[in-house]
Design a protein around this ligand. Structure first.
Ligand code: AHR
Length: 491
């Protein structure tokens, strides 16, 4: 399974960078101005990769503004979020932070207001060892070794009317192909992501993917998907089944990509970068950017406070990503800190875990090895949005180096507990290591800086194993992780 599916996203948006990961003067800040309390939580979260610097922000960003002596960097207007960008934090700071957080970078280039030349310049600055103008600039700025950034996003949400520099699918597909070709002249082994639709509900969904890939199939490796979920009209039952939408979305884009490949008689498969996903209360006030003459610095934007129900949904979305990890080779929960994020900070104060932190952290730590096929056979639950869906969704991983099998389950039924029997073909249960549950009660409870931590996984002591099966009970509207040691009886 590609560990890159446990990625996250840092955008110059609101307080994600400034007063999020970077706050010189904070009591825990290090010499680079990085908050130590946030770094500790990022490591605990288990994030493997981080996409940067946007998002919508990237589409009018000049990366050069963010490098070199800090006091010479220009302050600019960020057109995406109507904010002031001081450029105190840029590429070199991000790469230093990435090293401290022990994650891999994913870099996005601006194909909104800029194009191929600036993308190639950024690549030279970041990845060339030295002896050229831009690589030597990086060295002068203190980074002697090239960064070796491997995964690059060719723009962001280029189909969206909100995007600075929105394009038609064919225009964008050609630009992406041309930029990819130029970048590969520098390094043929880069992995390049073309923008898919901004979400499944876009009017051009489907034809956008087809037309972009018709232009760029041979030049890119992945296509992006973005999806954000929230309860609509208080319909909690459908919200709990959001993974159903994610499943359908991934299956649809895979089919479209494969059909373009088939028409070209190509043996190459385009992989999926689900590089923005999460719960996001988009209609809520914190999602509205400022307007008028006020261009605030690091305003609190998109600072959603998550409930226990939201945590159950995030656990379910991770199940969908794992199930599709044969095609989804990168994914980023959006975003990492303060902005629709698992980690929150108070400026000058505490950093704390939101409810959604927990299913992510547990899944990232314990989903190891190979993803197993899970055949589901059980009762269904009715949802307004997706019709009849399996009440229990599940995925499992098997780590043959440790003999550990982990099963992730969600009971999406609102009122009914689910009795589950897990039959393990070809293995014998040796030991139940741990079984923990989030949800079932207090679905609307939210965490705050002062606690308590409502979604901290609690022991589920219903799990009983015998021979080749385990029985357990899942409370209604809950996420559960079962870890067991199994002996492979097929060996
Ligand atoms: O993650 C917040 C925003 O959502 C991103 O900037 C954009 O890509 C998406 O629409």
């Amino acid at each position: 399974m590609p560990r890159r599916i446990f990625g996250s996203f840092v955008e110059h948006l609101g307080r994600c960078v400034y007063n999020g990961i970077y706050e010189p003067g904070h009591p825990t800040a290090d010499a680079d101005g990085f908050r130590g309390d946030v770094l500790a939580l990022v490591r605990e979260l288990g994030v493997t990769t981080v996409r940067y610097p946007g998002g919508n922000f990237v589409s009018s960003y000049r990366w050069e503004d963010g490098v070199g002596p800090v006091d010479e960097r220009p302050a600019r207007l960020d057109l995406a979020w109507h904010s002031l960008e001081t450029n105190a934090f840029g590429l070199d700071e991000f790469m230093r932070w990435v090293a401290k957080a022990d994650v891999d970078p994913i870099m996005a280039v601006n194909l909104g207001t800029r194009g191929t030349a600036e993308a190639v310049d950024l690549l030279e600055y970041a990845n060339h060892r030295g002896g050229s103008h831009l690589a030597d600039k990086r060295r002068d700025n203190g980074a002697v070794d090239p960064y070796g950034i491997r995964l690059w996003c060719l723009g962001n949400e280029m189909d969206g009317p909100w995007q600075v520099g929105q394009r038609s699918a064919t225009e964008y597909g050609r630009l992406a192909a041309q930029t990819a070709k130029a970048m590969r002249r520098f390094d043929p082994d880069l992995e390049l992501v073309a923008c898919g639709s901004s979400h499944l509900g876009m009017p051009t969904f489907g034809s956008w993917e087809r037309d972009v890939l018709t232009e760029a199939y041979d030049d890119v490796d992945l296509i992006s998907l973005h999806a954000y979920y929230q309860p609509v009209d208080d319909d909690l039952a459908s919200f709990l089944a959001s993974a159903e939408d994610m499943d359908r979305y991934i299956d649809a884009v895979t089919a479209i990509a494969d059909s373009v490949g088939a028409i070209r008689r190509s043996t190459k498969k385009i992989m999926i970068a689900f590089d923005e996903w999460n719960v996001w209360y988009q209609s809520a006030a914190p999602s509205t950017p400022p307007s008028g003459e006020d261009w605030p610095f690091a305003p609190p934007l998109l600072e959603d406070h998550y409930s226990v129900a939201d945590a159950v949904v995030v656990g379910g979305l991770l199940i969908s990503l794992l199930r599709h990890s044969d095609r989804v080779s990168a994914a980023c929960q959006a975003q990492l800190v303060n902005v629709i994020a698992p980690i929150m900070t108070e400026t000058g104060g505490a950093a704390w875990r939101q409810t959604i932190f927990h299913p992510f952290a547990r899944t990232a730590r314990h989903a190891q090895g190979t993803v197993l096929d899970v055949l589901r056979d059980g009762s269904t639950t009715t949802t307004e949005r997706y019709g009849e869906v399996d009440a229990v969704d599940a995925v499992s991983t098997w780590d043959d180096t440790t003999g550990e099998m982990t099963v992730f389950l969600v009971n999406r039924a609102l009122d009914e507990p689910a009795g589950v029997t897990i039959d393990i073909t070809g293995a014998q249960v040796d030991d139940i290591i741990e079984c923990v549950t989030v949800g079932g009660t207090d679905l609307h409870a939210k965490n705050t800086a002062d606690g308590p931590d409502h979604a901290e996984p609690r022991p589920n002591d219903t799990a009983r194993g015998a021979d080749a099966s385990v029985e357990l009970t899942l409370p209604p509207a809950s996420w559960t992780m079962l870890r067991l040691r199994a002996i492979d009886t097929t060996a």
